[in-house]
Design a protein around this ligand. Structure first.
Ligand SMILES: [Zn+2]
Length: 55
């Protein structure tokens, strides 16, 4: 049996996610995708109520 190990690169939980706003220069970095969605929804509601209603 061969144990295969990838060197050094971890994909997934430790990776921060980032998103920018479609309507302005706002961007957000979060530790998880659900957290990022929540932050972006909050921003939309505060800054772009019309766009938020359409989501
Ligand atoms: Zn925005």
């Amino acid at each position: 049996m061969v144990t295969y190990r990838r060197g050094g690169y971890v994909q997934g939980a430790d990776e921060a996610v980032e998103r920018t706003c479609d309507h302005c220069e706002w961007h957000c970095v979060a530790d998880s995708y659900p957290e990022l969605i929540r932050a972006y929804q909050h921003h939309l509601r505060e800054a772009h109520p019309k766009a938020w209603l359409r989501v």
